[in-house]
Design a protein around this ligand. Structure first.
Ligand code: C2E
Ligand code: CA
Ligand code: CA
Ligand code: CA
Length: 279
């Protein structure tokens, strides 16, 4: 059940694993992964398409498993979400990402950090309090504008009233909210416009093929225009080529994220990238 990805990592796919025993093993391993310090955050730059400057990074979790090697989040986050293990994992991500951002701030790197949360974590009534104590705790304070919480549109569709309330509480704290994977779920802009969202991330499935597929280009173009008319910042994810980046610039997209700019990087490599990059 382990195979190599193009990134050269080993990962473990419980879906193709015939042995329930191993699935149980994964679940018990996941329970201990936190105390064994096996999680690590990678950071992927988001650049301003027009100035070329790095504006933000998205924090992306990896699990450095002692036997299976690097495991990607799609292999354990859904499982963690369905079993309730997600709570402490989200707390670790928030704590680590915010501490990292405070360290960068001290060295003059004033990037925003985008953090993914699942439905369960977004619905946690204590999320805002936790964020607040992490931002203001531990001696130095991080401006809340430096944090963006990424949620998928489907999370909002589960319970619209609650979702709207949660977004307003985050906005009151000064933390912004991004709608991730936009275009793949069930919401519409007509409906999102009622919510105080800051950023819209156009899903990579549209961006990746937009220079070959006219339909995808039309979807990207219309999404950018509508989102701008509603006052959102627009991020294109899955920018894999120079041509895609050029087209996004023409279409007036604000930020770009993708392999053409940089893969997600561990923090030491990110620092080097920021110092040396031609972007
Ligand atoms: P996502 O939030 O949509 O993150 C973007 C995914 O696209 C990341 O995969 C990233 O590595 C990948 N990607 C970036 N640039 C490109 C590109 O140019 N082309 C292509 N094809 N892919 C690109 P990753 O890191 O494997 O994460 C997968 C998903 O796992 C994320 O999707 C997110 O939903 C979830 N996830 C990641 N980190 C966390 C976390 O800390 N907490 C939670 N709750 N979920 C997380
Ligand atoms: Ca995301
Ligand atoms: Ca996404
Ligand atoms: Ca996704």
């Amino acid at each position: 059940a382990a195979k190599h990805t193009d990134a050269g990592f080993l990962f473990y796919d419980p879906k193709t694993d015939p042995h329930t025993q191993q699935r149980l093993q994964l679940s018990s391993d996941l329970r201990h992964a936190l105390e064994r310090n096996e999680f690590v955050l990678y950071y992927q730059p988001q650049i301003n398409i027009h100035s070329g400057r790095i504006i933000a990074v998205e924090a992306l979790i990896r699990w450095n498993h002692p036997e299976h090697g690097m495991i990607f989040p799609d292999q354990f986050i859904p499982f963690a979400e369905s079993t309730g293990l997600i709570g402490p994992i989200t707390e670790w991500v928030l704590r680590t990402a915010i501490a990292q951002c405070k360290t960068w701030q001290m060295t003059g790197m004033e990037m925003r950090i985008a953090i993914n949360v699942t439905a369960r974590s977004f619905q946690d009534p204590l999320l805002v309090d936790k964020l607040e104590s992490l931002l203001y705790g531990g001696g130095n304070r991080l401006p809340p504008e430096r944090i963006e919480i990424e949620i998928t549109e489907n999370i909002l569709m589960v319970d619209i009233e609650h979702g709207a309330k949660a977004i307003r509480r985050l906005r009151d704290l000064g933390v912004s909210v991004a709608i991730d994977d936009f275009g793949t779920g069930y919401s519409s802009l007509a409906y999102l416009k009622k919510l105080p969202i800051h950023t819209l991330k156009i899903d990579k499935s549209f961006v990746m093929n937009m220079t070959e597929d006219d339909n995808d280009a039309v979807i990207v173009r219309s999404t950018i225009d509508l989102a701008h008319n509603l006052g959102y910042l627009v991020v294109a994810e899955g920018v894999e080529t120079r041509d895609a980046l050029d087209l996004l610039a023409v279409l007036g997209c604000d930020l770009a994220q993708g392999y053409h700019i940089s893969h997600p990087l561990p923090e030491d490599e990110l620092i080097l990238w920021v110092k040396n990059s031609a972007w």
